[in-house]
Design a protein around this ligand. Structure first.
Ligand code: UDX
Length: 461
């Protein structure tokens, strides 16, 4: 285990912008984080880095063993070092026994997954299991913090379950504290949040959660204090808007392709307007991941269950499926009939910087190519293990250049920077036909043509 570097945050911290800091010493508190997934691990290690004493619950024995050995079973930059440093300082530990781990903790953060069920609505099974145990074991004065993305009204139902076991809001408050972490930059995002949202109706509990964050923040961070349902809605609304913004620029790219306009120049000029902003205006093969798809699906479902037709959100989902299809159309435009053709794919994770393939656009796109009779050779710098499980019918190559020999077309699906630095000249020479579909606009038409490629991208001309 590496020796800890800078195990504690700088002693300097800030008064939370716009809020008077609570009185009392700046001391760490005892926190239990339930759920050792992507959000739980970043949250647990981040709180430990602040100076709190954290136990993280993981009920999967294999994953627990990995974590207790200081290993993170997925790729997320800086996370493994952050975990090891704080384990070394005895501020972070892992356990499997929920009742034991909860005992004596002042705050209990729930970070279990809420994946989409077959209906598209959020599956709260894991959350309900945790609440069931907590309703028997939680102690008066503890605070339950829902950090998982949960449908509007979940905190209210959790309070009802606790109340039915004798714990009114007065003794075991329930607070929402949604996360806004992006995979690939989650550790950075944890320490540099755009805002912290805290929803609840117990002022003391809200102040306590503010204290937990205050201990570690070394720069002013806006804190939004609201009620539970509003905090739940803020999370969904934020993610659905991000998907909408990406969907807009993807459709814009489709039009730019047809009228000979470079979408990157348009997006740049649009982003200079602070009302629009530059982020999330990068066109690509479509949006995916473990969050946006499930959150927009739940959002639409919540509208339906309240008789509200969310037309824009529905259109965003439909447009995203068409974006997947547009990638296959571009390959077909270059190679003709797909049956019997070999396609080289660069990038399988849903975005660069992560090994995660949950909800990745690469899965439907590759499936459509296979259904049309193509064979696939693919490479991803981090997602080989996930791809071997999710896409067993394709060949996963050990290095990027191996997708080139005898291929009729190469398709770039994930924006790993290393793909820009490949020896495209030698790759082109080994292909059967020099066709390139650059969904992430990593190259440019000029560069691609220099290597002799017939080149299609997403909105470049
Ligand atoms: C998202 C939200 O950004 C984050 O705030 C929330 O907490 C969790 O969900 P994440 O799922 O990690 O984070 O991915 P994100 O960076 O948002 O990208 C989502 C998808 O949109 C990816 O497939 C990505 O490739 C795509 N994308 C993103 C674009 O195609 N263009 C862009 O400009 C940005």
């Amino acid at each position: 285990m590496t020796s800890p570097k800078n195990p504690l945050p700088d002693p300097a911290y800030h008064a939370i912008q716009g809020h008077s800091p609570i009185s009392g010493p700046l001391v760490g508190v005892n926190i239990c984080v339930i759920g050792g997934g992507f959000v739980g691990l970043v949250t647990a290690a981040g709180f430990a880095q602040f100076g709190h004493k954290v136990v993280c619950l993981e009920n999967d024995s294999a994953r627990l063993a990995e974590l207790q050995a200081g290993r993170v079973p997925f790729f997320e930059r800086d996370l493994e070092e952050l975990i090891r440093n704080n384990m070394h300082c005895n501020r972070l530990s892992f356990s499997k026994d929920l009742e034991e781990a909860v005992d004596g903790q002042e705050a209990i953060f729930i970070t279990v997954g809420t994946p989409p069920s077959s209906s598209g609505r959020a599956d709260l099974g894991a959350l309900h299991e945790v609440i069931e145990v907590l309703s028997r074991s939680v102690q008066t004065g503890q605070i339950i913090v829902l950090k998982s993305t949960v449908p509007i009204g979940t905190a209210s139902r959790v309070k009802e379950i606790l109340a039915s076991n004798g714990y009114g809001d007065r003794t075991v408050p329930v607070v929402n504290n949604p996360e806004f972490l992006r995979e690939g930059t989650a550790v950075y995002d944890f320490f540099h949040p755009q805002r912290i949202v805290i929803g609840g109706d117990s002022p003391d509990a809200i102040e306590y959660v503010k204290h937990i964050y205050r201990l570690g923040m070394t720069h002013p961070v806006p804190i939004v204090v609201t009620n539970n349902a509003t905090a739940e809605m803020i999370k969904y609304a934020s993610n659905v808007f991000l998907a909408t913004k990406i969907g807009f620029v993807n459709e814009l790219a489709g039009l730019c392709d047809q009228v000979g306009v470079n979408v990157l120049e348009v997006a740049h000029a649009m982003g200079l307007d602070p009302r629009i902003g530059p982020d999330f205006l990068n066109p690509g093969p479509g949006w995916g991941g473990s969050c946006l798809p499930k959150d927009i699906s739940e959002f639409i479902g919540q509208g339906q269950s309240h008789g509200v037709q969310l037309h824009i959100a529905r259109a965003v989902v439909e447009a995203n499926h068409r974006q997947f299809e547009s990638v296959v159309d571009k390959v077909r435009k270059l190679v003709g009939e797909l049956d019997g053709k070999q396609i080289g794919v660069l990038g399988l994770s849903f975005k660069a910087g992560t090994s995660d393939m949950r909800g990745s656009p690469t899965i439907p796109i590759i499936s459509m190519l296979l259904e049309a009779g193509a064979t696939i050779k693919a490479f991803d710098p981090a997602a080989s293990r996930e791809a071997a499980q999710l896409l067993p019918m394709i060949e996963i190559t050990p290095q990027a250049s191996d997708v080139a020999p005898d291929s009729d077309c190469i398709v770039i699906l994930t924006e790993w920077p290393e793909f820009q630095l490949l020896d495209w000249w030698s790759m082109a020479e080994r292909m059967r036909h020099r066709n390139l579909v650059d969904c992430r606009n990593l190259l440019s038409p000029e560069v691609a043509h220099h290597y002799g490629f017939k080149y299609l991208s997403t909105g470049q001309v």
